[in-house]
Design a protein around this ligand. Structure first.
Ligand code: FAD
Length: 404
């Protein structure tokens, strides 16, 4: 017998799970909502291991979920922070072109951002870049004055309070191990007890595909974990960075290239790179989980992805193991930065969905089944977009579930 019964159980207390639960309770205040989380606090996954950037929506294909959710999400995130006293800084970001060959790609980023209705975008000259970021070497840049920074763990903490004060329950230390379907009810067997639910929303981040499969969904994607490693700038080198400094990204790859990020945690970071991890929670190079790694190797899409992107993979491994290579890439953005300015920082692991053909899914992927919604791909800018994604999931639930 389940210990508790819910109308809706949300798996995962990251930004998306909590935002969804918050939005559900706002729209249906009488609903019994339970959040099931394997960690001992909110945001122990990607939500607590990211760059803390409130993205403005430049990179994403016009009309995509990412474009729409990020642009709306940024504005809402800023409003949310103001209303709830979460400190944030609209410090602005430059995407810098270092060589003539990068100018057409810089121009297309400007056009994408403009098509996505990102406010305030401007292509600026080398002189203007020097005013914005005095230590950057650029021939031109795309200036995005509305990009900002926030500590997303603090944001998740406010989401948590709102869920709980609206009557929702969060079960920490409850790892979902098995799902049993029994007529109209689903039983979620976890390490913290069994929970009954009429409907389930899967926001399991790095494990969302596993949770979907546990629920009988034949999904055609697999999460492949990509670790992002950071260095921190030493205190006396922090003067080199005023806001956010990014390279022009490789259009073949969904990651943004190593960059400099001022954070709201009181330090400045450089990174993250993007190295395939051998464990879903592989925060350190030596972390290996045999089941996770075997699952990756057994996925046909992995081998196709490896064939297409092996050169990038080798380059990323080289940069991961050799600080000098990492530093060299950073020196392209800020020539003054040296090896001694950087100390090893933290890391995060991206839940990147890869399909059977080896394609790294670019857009958010949210799948519906009769009694459930599954978030199967929500990498960056998922944190920025979390309020809007939560509301979108509730729209799907309102349409598919009997919540009234
Ligand atoms: C290195 C890095 C940098 C990033 N930078 C940015 C950025 O600057 N700006 C931005 O907007 N986005 C950024 N992102 C993306 C952003 O962090 C994610 O889109 C967002 O956090 C996704 O939230 P989530 O709730 O889906 O996943 P998560 O935060 O990963 O939450 C999933 C939760 O599910 C729980 N869970 C998993 N399996 C189970 C189970 N079996 N039982 C119970 N609980 C379970 C996990 O413990 C976890 O708490 C970055 C991500 C990474 C990794």
């Amino acid at each position: 017998m389940p210990d508790q019964k819910y109308d809706v159980a949300v798996v995962g207390a990251g930004l998306l799970g909590l935002s969804t639960a918050m939005s559900l309770l706002k729209r249906y205040p009488k609903l019994k909502v339970g959040v099931i989380e394997k960690g001992s606090e909110p945001a122990t996954g990607q939500s607590g291991h990211n760059s803390g950037v409130i993205h403005s929506g430049i990179y994403y294909k016009p009309g995509s979920f990412k474009a729409k959710f990020c642009v709306e999400g940024r504005a809402e995130m800023v409003r949310f922070c103001e209303e709830n006293d979460v400190p944030y800084d609209r410090c602005g970001k430059v995407i810098v072109a270092l060589r003539e060959e990068e100018l057409p790609r810089l121009q297309s980023l400007y056009e994408r951002g403009t098509a996505n209705k990102v406010p305030g975008l401007e292509i600026v000259s080398a002189e203007r870049v020097k005013e914005i970021e005095p230590h950057v070497a650029a021939i031109k840049a795309l200036w995005a004055p509305n990009t900002g920074i926030v500590n997303f763990v603090k944001v998740a903490g406010v989401y948590q309070q709102k869920v709980q004060s609206a009557g929702g329950t969060i079960h920490f230390n409850s790892k979902l191990n098995k799902v049993v379907r029994n007529g109209q009810e689903t039983t979620l067997e976890t390490s913290g007890g069994a929970f009954g639910a009429r409907h389930v929303i899967n926001c399991g981040g790095l494990h969302s595909d596993t949770v979907a499969r546990m629920m009988g969904v034949k999904t055609d994607v697999r999460i492949i974990p990509f670790r992002g490693e950071y260095f921190s700038l030493k205190k006396d080198a922090e003067r080199l960075v005023k806001g956010l400094i990014y390279p022009v990204p490789d259009p073949q790859f969904p990651f943004l290239g190593v960059h400099f990020t001022r954070t709201m945690k009181g330090f400045t970071e450089a990174g993250p790179n993007a190295v395939m991890a051998t464990a879903r929670e592989g925060y350190r190079k030596q972390d290996v989980n045999v089941a996770d790694f075997w699952g990756t190797l057994a996925w046909p899409g992995f081998w196709r992805m490896a064939r297409q992107h092996w050169k990038t993979g080798v380059m990323e491994m080289n940069r991961s193991y050799r600080k000098s290579v990492f530093v060299r890439d950073l020196q392209r953005l800020i020539p003054e930065v040296t090896n001694d300015d950087l100390t090893p920082g933290g890391s995060g692991v991206r839940a990147q969905a890869v399909d059977r053909k080896g394609k790294l899914l670019d857009d958010f992927k949210i799948e519906e089944t009769p009694n459930a919604v599954h978030v199967l791909n929500a990498p960056s800018p998922g944190a920025t977009s979390s309020l809007v994604i939560g509301r979108y999931i509730v729209d799907l639930a309102a349409r598919n579930f009997s919540l009234g």
